[in-house]
Ligand binder design. Structure first.
Ligand code: C2E
Ligand code: MG
Ligand code: MG
Ligand code: MG
Length: 279
C-alpha cells in the first residue's frame, strides 16, 4: 500500500495538472498586453426569432494568443475580472460592437447587438460615463444595444447596481440576465434588478426535449419570464427538435449552433448580406 501510494505523495501534481497550471500562469501574465498587441477579437453569434429570422447578434470575446492559439473567454474573463482589466477590455468590446453595429446599419440591416458586461464593470464609478462616450463616438442608438449580465461574479451592492442599470435604461439600453438559473442568486437578481430579457442557459436547453424534468423546469422558467413581462432567449440551441420545442412553449429568440456558430466580423457580415437579400 505504502509502495503504490508513496510515489504519488512525492509527485503532488500530475503532468497534466502542472501543464494546466503553467498555461494558467502564462495566460495571467500575457493578458495585460493582449489588448495593446491587437490579440483580442470580437466574434458574433446570431439570435433568431421563432421563424428563424435574424434579429440580433451577441458579441463574444476571443483571444488569439501567439503561442497558445485561440483561447476561449472562460479561460481569461475570470482573471480579467480579478485584476480589474475587464474594465478596459469590456469598454473595448463595447466599442467594437457599436462600430460594427453602425457599419451593419449603414448597409441597411436592422440588427441589434448584445454585449456581455461583467459586474465589475457595472460597479466601476466611471461606467455610465464610459458607456455614454462610446455611444457618442460611434453614433449608435442605445435602443439597439443590450447588456448581458451574469452572476459569475457576485454583485456586492444590489442597490448600486440597480441605480446604474436605471441610468443606462434611461439612455435606451436594455438588460438581459445571462445563464439564468445557474448562479447563486438568480431569483434575487431577477426580483431586485430591472431586467428586460431572460437568457435560459445552454445546460437546460441541451437536455431538451428528451429529459422530462428539464422540460418542466424550462416551462416554469418561461412562465416566470412571461409573468414578469420579460422576453426570453434560449442559448445553446443545437437541434431542430430543441428549436421546435422552445417555439411551442413560447420562447421568443433562439441562439445556438443550429442557427450559427460565433463568427468573426467579416464572415458574420457575409451572412447578414445574404439574409438581407430576399427582403
Ligand atoms: P455566454 O454569454 O453565456 O455566451 C454563450 C456561450 O455559449 C458562448 O461561449 C458561445 O460560444 C456558446 N455557445 C453558443 N452556441 C452554442 C451551442 O449551440 N452549444 C454550446 N454548447 N455552446 C454554444 P464563449 O464564446 O466561449 O463564451 C463563454 C462566456 O464568456 C460567455 O458566456 C460570457 O459569459 C463570457 N464572455 C464572452 N465574451 C465576453 C465579454 O466581452 N465580456 C465579458 N465580461 N464576458 C464575456
Ligand atoms: Mg452572454
Ligand atoms: Mg449565457
Ligand atoms: Mg456563460
Amino acid at each position: 500500500r505504502a509502495g503504490a501510494e508513496g510515489g504519488d505523495r512525492f509527485c503532488i501534481h500530475s503532468p497534466e495538472q502542472s501543464d494546466r497550471g503553467r498555461r494558467r500562469r502564462q495566460l495571467e501574465q500575457d493578458l495585460g498586453c493582449a489588448l495593446k498587441r491587437g490579440q483580442l477579437q470580437v466574434y458574433y453569434q446570431k439570435q433568431c426569432d421563432q421563424k428563424g429570422n435574424l434579429i440580433g447578434a451577441e458579441a463574444l470575446l476571443r483571444w488569439q494568443h501567439p503561442e497558445l492559439g485561440m483561447v476561449p473567454p472562460d479561460e481569461f474573463i475570470g482573471q480579467a475580472e480579478r485584476s480589474g482589466l475587464i474594465v478596459e477590455i469590456g469598454e473595448w468590446v463595447l466599442e467594437q460592437a457599436c462600430r460594427q453595429l453602425r457599419n451593419w446599419q449603414r448597409q441597411g440591416s436592422r440588427i441589434r447587438v448584445a454585449v456581455n458586461i461583467s459586474a465589475r464593470q457595472l460597479m466601476d464609478d466611471s461606467f455610465v460615463a464610459r458607456v455614454e462616450s462610446v455611444f457618442n463616438r460611434t453614433e449608435v442608438d442605445p435602443r439597439r444595444v443590450e447588456f448581458e449580465l451574469t452572476e459569475s461574479m457576485m454583485m456586492d451592492n444590489l442597490s448600486q447596481g440597480r441605480e446604474v442599470m436605471l441610468k443606462l435604461k434611461r439612455l435606451g439600453l436594455s438588460f438581459a440576465i445571462d445563464d439564468f438559473g445557474t448562479g447563486y442568486s438568480s431569483l434575487v437578481y431577477l426580483s431586485q434588478l430591472p431586467f428586460d430579457v431572460l437568457k435560459i442557459d445552454h445546460r437546460f436547453v441541451g437536455r431538451l426535449p428528451k429529459d422530462p424534468y428539464c422540460c418542466k423546469i424550462t416551462k416554469a422558467v418561461l412562465s416566470l419570464a412571461k409573468t414578469l413581462g420579460l422576453k426570453v432567449v434560449a442559448e445553446g440551441v443545437e437541434y431542430a427538435e430543441q428549436h421546435g420545442w422552445l417555439v411551442r412553449h413560447g420562447c421568443d429568440l433562439m441562439q445556438g449552433y443550429l442557427h450559427g456558430k460565433p463568427l468573426p466580423t467579416l464572415e458574420f457580415g457575409k451572412d447578414l448580406e445574404a439574409e438581407a437579400l430576399p427582403q
